[in-house]
Design a protein around this ligand. Structure first.
Ligand SMILES: NC(=O)c1ccc[n+]([C@@H]2O[C@H](COP(=O)([O-])OP(=O)(O)OC[C@H]3O[C@@H](n4cnc5c(N)ncnc54)[C@H](O)[C@@H]3O)[C@@H](O)[C@H]2O)c1
Length: 223
């Protein structure tokens, strides 16, 4: 689950939950197109993804100008195009990762970020055993060069996957290097200037939500 630090963000015209469903829609719409479909209805999509049709209709209306035909639904091609435009899939955003351990390596190696316009171009670490190596073809630099190289690469997105106690220093170095958006995986609250956006990622929080829903379901079955 993701949490955005409020003071540095503009209000979104669409809820976070809706935003988080968009990549699911996009993947599914592309799959339907690959299977030969030309149209899709909100009710069908809702059924396939286990969502409420009203919710799906609202989500699609928020990102797409494509009008659904009451009989055959939405034209897939236009819907996919609008969804990609909305998610910024066609604008390549280059990013760097600081902390190339288990999580940093996984992100550097993940092939499908480019579908959403994210290209991780390099990593940074403090461990001499890691510095100078490559992960998935991307070079790992000494974290002491973070500010200098962020500036030289003109990247605007920084990803923090280092231990929490180093996260603020890494964040500051990124900001000095011109980073404007930080995807923070470290369990630390980061202070940033007002023009820098922070998005905090927390798998434990996602699990807590899942676990709470499971408990509610089990309790309702016991009654
Ligand atoms: N948000 C989530 O859901 C989630 C999930 C897993 C881990 N985490 C967090 O992500 C971080 C990394 O976890 P991990 O399992 O990959 O840890 P890890 O120990 O495998 O990797 C950490 C890496 O950071 C490097 N490092 C240490 N100090 C550094 C510094 N000052 N600058 C740059 N690199 C530095 C280490 O050398 C190591 O390569 C931790 O903060 C962890 O709590 C978050």
């Amino acid at each position: 689950m993701e949490g955005e630090q409020v003071p540095n963000t503009k209000p979104l015209s669409i809820s976070r939950q809706s935003l988080q469903r968009m990549p699911l829609y996009l993947e599914h719409l592309k799959k339907l197109r690959a299977d030969g479909s030309s149209h899709v209805s909100a009710a069908f999509l809702a059924g396939e993804l286990g969502l409420h049709p009203v919710q799906v209709r609202k989500d699609l209306a928020a990102v797409s100008k494509v009008d659904g035909n009451p009989r055959i639904g939405f034209a897939l091609e236009g819907l996919i195009e609008d969804m990609e435009e909305f998610l910024g899939c066609k604008n390549a955003h280059e990013a760097v990762v600081a902390g190339v351990g288990n999580l940093g390596r996984a992100l550097l190696s993940y092939k499908n970020f480019d579908r959403y316009g994210l290209s991780i171009i390099a990593g940074f670490d403090s461990d001499p055993a890691v510095i100078g190596s490559t992960v998935h073809g991307k070079e790992i630099f000494d974290v002491s060069r973070l500010t200098e190289l962020c500036g030289r690469f003109t990247v605007h997105i920084g990803i923090i996957t280092a231990p929490a106690q180093y996260a603020q220093d890494i964040c500051d170095a990124m900001v000095r290097g011109g980073i404007k958006a930080i995807w923070n995986f470290a369990p630390a609250h980061l202070n940033v200037p007002g023009d820098v956006i922070i998005s905090n990622e927390n798998l434990a929080a996602s699990f807590a939500a899942l676990s709470s829903r499971l408990r509610q379901r089990q309790e309702s079955l016991c009654i």
